[in-house]
Ligand binder design. Structure first.
Ligand SMILES: O=C(O)C(=O)C[C@H](O)C(=O)CO
Ligand SMILES: [Zn+2]
Length: 278
C-alpha cells in the first residue's frame, strides 16, 4: 500500500499557481494500478482517497502505520465503490460480493480488508473514500438498486443526469461520510449545473467510465476566480469547501462524489448562478 500526502491550499494560494502546481494540489492521477493499493491522505477534512485493482492476486491492507493508529480504520469509516468488474471484499472475515456500481460501507474499527476480482479479464476497480468517524456502525453492502436516485437537469441544456445516493442518512447511515454516483444522460455533458458551494463540507469527485481519449474540463475555485483541471478516466479531484466543482466532458462519463464535514445535509448548499462565474 502506498500513501501520498496533500496538505491543501486556500483560495488566495491558487491565484498564483501554474498548471502543474494546481494539478499537484487538487488532482489525484495515480489511483488505479494493477495489483496495487494506493492511497492519498489529504488534509482537506482528512479525507483519504484510495484505489485498488486486484488482477493477478487479491490485495490485503488495513495497517495504520502510515497514519498513526493501530489500523487504517481504527478511527475512520470508509466507502468502497466498485467501478469495474465483479469482485469480493472481505472485512475481518466477513465477505461481500460487489458488482459494478455497488458500494460497501465499512464501519470504524475494521482491521483487515482483502479485495479481489472474480475474473482477471474484467478486474474489479475499487475506489475508496475514508474519513474520521465517531461511532462504530456495521459494515453494509449497498447494491446499485438500493441507492436512492435523483433525476436532475435538462437535456436542452446538456446537463441531464441521474444522481444515486448510496452512503446517506436515509439510505445507509454513516458518521460523516456521504457517497454517491452520478451518471450523465446520453448527449448531456455538464455535471453539477448550476454549480454550488457548501461551506460546511468538502467534496471529492472521481471521474470514470470514460474513453481513454476523452477528458473532463473540471472547473474549481471561488466563483469569481475559477481555474480548470483537465481530468482523465480514473482521476480524482479535491474540492475544499471554498471551491465550486463542476465539469463538462468531451464524451460520456460518470463520477463518484464523496463528502465529509460538519453535516450530512445534501441540500445544505449555496447555489452559484452561472452568470456569477468568472
Ligand atoms: O451532477 C450533480 O449535480 C452532482 O452529482 C452534484 C454532486 O453530488 C455534489 O456536488 C454534491 O454536493
Ligand atoms: Zn457539491
Amino acid at each position: 500500500m502506498t500513501m501520498k500526502v496533500l496538505y491543501g491550499a486556500g483560495p488566495e494560494d491558487i491565484k498564483g499557481y501554474d498548471t502543474e502546481r494546481l494539478r499537484g494540489e487538487f488532482l489525484i492521477t495515480d489511483l488505479f494500478a494493477p495489483d496495487a493499493v494506493k492511497f492519498t491522505y489529504t488534509h482537506v477534512d482528512r479525507l483519504m482517497i484510495g484505489g485498488a485493482v486486484p488482477v493477478a492476486k487479491s490485495l490485503t491492507f488495513g495497517s495504520g502505520a502510515e497514519i498513526g493508529t493501530p489500523h487504517l480504520l481504527s478511527a475512520r469509516e470508509m466507502g468502497i465503490a466498485n467501478l469495474g468488474g465483479s469482485g469480493t471484499v472481505i472485512v475481518d472475515g466477513q465477505g461481500f460480493t460487489l458488482q459494478n456500481r455497488d458500494v460497501l460501507y465499512v464501519g470504524r474499527g475494521a482491521r483487515e480488508i482483502t479485495v479481489a476480482s472474480q475474473s482477471a479479464d474484467a478486474p474489479a476497480r475499487y475506489y475508496m473514500n475514508s474519513v474520521p468517524a465517531g461511532a462504530d456502525l456495521p459494515h453494509r453492502l449497498i447494491p446499485r438498486h438500493e441507492a436512492r436516485p435523483l433525476e436532475l437537469g435538462d437535456a436542452r441544456r446538456s446537463n441531464r443526469r441521474r444522481l444515486a445516493m448510496y452512503i446517506h442518512p436515509e439510505v445507509a447511515p454513516s458518521c460523516l461520510l456521504l457517497m454517491g454516483i452520478t451518471d450523465l444522460a446520453d448527449g448531456s455533458i455538464w455535471n453539477t449545473m448550476p454549480p454550488h458551494l457548501h461551506e460546511r463540507r468538502m467534496e471529492a469527485y472521481c471521474y470514470f467510465d470514460m474513453a481513454a481519449e476523452d477528458r473532463i474540463i473540471h472547473l474549481m475555485g471561488r466563483p469569481e476566480e475559477t481555474r480548470h483541471l483537465i481530468v482523465a478516466d480514473g482521476e480524482a479531484v479535491l474540492s475544499p469547501a471554498w471551491s465550486i466543482h463542476m465539469g463538462a466532458g468531451t464524451g460520456p462519463y460518470a463520477f463518484v462524489w464523496g463528502m465529509t464535514g460538519e453535516n450530512q445535509e445534501y441540500n445544505d448548499v449555496t447555489p452559484v448562478a452561472v452568470a456569477e462565474l468568472k
